[in-house]
Design a protein around this ligand. Sequence first.
Ligand code: PAZ
Length: 326
Amino acid sequence: MAAKNGSEAAEEHTSSAEIRSFFDSAPPLKNSLEITDKLKEFLDKNSLSAGDGRANRIVCVTSGGTTVPLEQRCVRYIDNFASGHRGAASTEYFLKAGYVVIFLYRRGTCQPYCRSLPADPFLECFEFIDESHIKVREPHSEAVKMAISDHQNVVEKGQLLKLPFTTIFEYLQMLQMVATSLRGLGPHAMFYLAAAVSDFYVPWKSMAEHKIQSGSGPLDMSLVQVPKMLAVLRKEWAPFAYCISFKLETDKNILLKKADMALSKYKMHVVVANELSTRNEEVVVVTGDEKVSVCRDKTQVGCDVEDPLIKLLVEKHAIHIVDSCS
Ligand code: PAZ
């Protein structure tokens, strides 16, 4: 391995100090014991396939966006656009492909099997008949039936664990917990990091405790950069797992360059590049060897870009498992 030059070593040193400081100063998760228990129970049940006792493929799908609180007793926060559609749809396709899924999602965002249900106004789907009968109105009855039965199927088999987060502090602590608990699965674990993670945050210690008061002129607040956890995930938390991150840009002229940079800087196996306005139509799967454009099949009703995307990633993961085990 090549020796690190001074600036590389300094960058690495700074970032590990920043990471330590982020975790040391983050408010501890209120339900960390409950999450640990849930993860343990889920992995005890699902690490090996019930059929032949071989290792299962388990994917952690992150979904939705993290918030950045501005006050400790939070009234206001910075948020982002992510709806959680990508994560929810991808979860369905991973389950269909035989994966076990840990769905790390932002509270209140899109959920697996609920995408085809009308969000607004949801209650108009139903008709109250009498105390023991509620009817689903046409034209929603087929979608509701499918959503309920598909969801029930994975819940009964215990193949989907849902873990909700809201803030950047919760998200990164939970990602670390999931990653370290999947370490034993080696290459059979996959990370599919579709959540939009805040780049800047207010450190807990310098955050106002109470609601920030108006009336004293413009708000002057300084945000610090969230340490880049992808490199730590790859190197320390889950070094053998297959790691896929996403790169979103609004300027298509810089998208692929930024994806290439993320690939080499964080040593991801794949970076999925997408542009805000076309993200549900097309993504580009970027690896060290190639850039493959993956599009939604517009000729089929109800098709989404996640269908071919997950098929491609599942193939690549299979190669990673074979290469790692030989
Ligand atoms: O959640 P959604 O379906 O509305 O959007 C998905 C997405 C654009 C957040 C995801 O594809 C993505 O690019 N996530 C990473 C964003 C980033 O670069 O931080």
